[in-house]
Design a binder for this molecule. Structure first.
Ligand code: ZN
Length: 435
């Protein structure tokens, strides 16, 4: 009988992603009722005086009827606030967290810290990410499978952080520098179709949730966009990932790698500026997600000395931001689907959602921008029935903000007051005492 139950659970797609097994006895699941003044459920409804009933790590129901609150439920009163689904950041580097140790540039910290130290330190970035209302991330590239370790520690409740979907090593050609001053990760190097296929398989065997491929140069203070992988190699990576039921994210700073990545059938395209109209049209037609990551260059400009970049890169980076924004504007106008990715790294964690401000600048309404970090991002993860909305059966990932995020996107970026992930409160500033 027990085996039957487990088999049935597997058949029904019961997920361990939230870290709590959905097969616990019903009586063991705590029930909570969360009251919001307003609730944007990402399902097309703006509720007034909503009550979200949470059972264990999932949402049981959404109602306005107080009589529907189960007896014995813990009530959390957030009626001063607007509720949103937990937000999703589809482009992070959670394991590349650094602090602001005086006199030690962040690039140097990375080379000095052994992997175990990096993962341990990364818990701070993970917490800041949660505090920004981000309860799920797609982490796009780490060294030595630190991302897999971190994902599993979070899922096992040993570390507090957003739910992670990870890639292991991103695929790079021999000459691509991983990060300036850092040895390239040997695990991700692949030249030619046979090596590409091998490295894709290696990542999947290691436990990656999806695949990442760097199809051009460009990273940190380097905004070049020389295409590094040819179409055949890109196509091989895409097809092999898809054969295993995995999605693929392809990095390209410029239009050439972007064109081939889109034609090859990538699920998402990261960064890409200056895309030609044909590529943009193709993305709209295929439903390829665009993850422009405009804001991370703003972060680099503001923090370059602490990071340890050499002076003199600023003008090129400023120009890149402008072209990135312009490309986003064109793509949005053409009907391309967007997902919010911050490219958070170093001390940028906690600023993950600033990207939404750029999306509004690119022509989106605040609601369209919120979709990039909820329903769209969930679809890109293939988790649109579990993440990115407030509805029965979804993970109980909830955010309370002060103000109206549909009128002003800054409310979602800067006014996060309370966060629940998988039914557990992970951030609470509602009771903050004035100092
Ligand atoms: Zn990145």
């Amino acid at each position: 009988m027990k085996t039957m139950k487990i088999l049935l659970a597997v058949f029904l797609g019961v997920s361990w992603v939230g870290g709590i097994c959905a097969q616990e006895k019903p009586s063991a699941k705590p029930v909570k009722a969360v009251r919001f003044g307003k609730l944007w459920d990402a399902k097309g409804k703006l509720w007034t005086n909503a009550i979200v009933v949470v059972e264990g790590d999932r949402i049981r129901s959404v109602t306005t009827d107080a009589a529907a609150i189960p007896a014995g439920a813990e009530t959390i009163d957030l009626s001063k606030y607007t509720g949103l689904p937990g937000l999703i950041d589809v482009h992070t580097h959670m394991t590349i967290y650094t602090d602001e140790t005086p006199g030690e540039p962040m690039l140097k910290q990375l080379t000095n810290n052994p992997p175990a130290v990096e993962v341990f330190l990364a818990r701070k970035g993970a917490l800041r990410t949660l505090e920004a209302g981000v309860t799920t991330v797609r982490d796009l590239g780490a060294d030595q499978y630190m991302d897999i370790a971190m994902r599993d520690l979070i899922n096992h409740g040993e570390m507090i952080g957003p739910r992670m979907f990870v890639v292991g090593y991103g695929l790079t050609v021999t000459s691509t520098p991983y990060k300036p001053g850092i040895n390239p990760p040997a695990g991700g190097i692949a030249d030619g179709v046979p090596e590409v296929l091998k490295v894709v398989r290696q990542q999947i065997a290691a436990g990656a949730d999806l695949i990442k491929l760097y199809a051009s140069t460009g990273t940190d203070d380097d905004v070049t966009w020389f295409q590094t992988y040819g179409y055949e190699e890109i196509k091989a990576a895409v097809d092999m990932a898809h054969k295993f039921g995995k999605k693929i994210a392809i990095h390209s700073y410029g239009p050439d790698g972007a064109r081939d990545a889109v034609r090859a059938g990538t699920d998402s395209l990261e960064h890409a500026t200056d895309m030609d109209d044909a590529t943009i049209q193709e993305m709209a037609k295929r439903g390829t997600f665009y993850v422009p990551t405009i804001d991370h260059n703003r972060y680099y400009l503001e923090n370059w000395q602490k990071i340890g970049y050499a002076n003199g890169f600023q003008e090129k980076t400023k120009a890149f931001i402008e072209r990135n924004l312009e490309t986003a504007r064109k793509a949005h106008k053409a009907g391309v689907k967007f997902a919010m990715g911050s490219d958070a790294i170093y001390t940028m964690f906690g600023q993950n959602t600033r990207e939404l401000g750029w999306f509004v600048k690119a022509g989106m309404t605040p609601e369209q921008a919120l979709r990039t970090a909820t329903t769209n991002a969930a679809e890109l993860l293939g988790k649109e029935k579990e993440l990115g909305a407030v509805a029965p059966g979804y993970f109980a990932d909830l955010v309370a903000v002060e103000g109206d995020p549909l009128a002003d996107i800054d409310v979602a970026i800067y006014n996060v007051k309370w966060v629940m992930k998988g039914g557990a409160v992970v951030a609470d500033k509602t009771k903050a005492q004035p100092r």
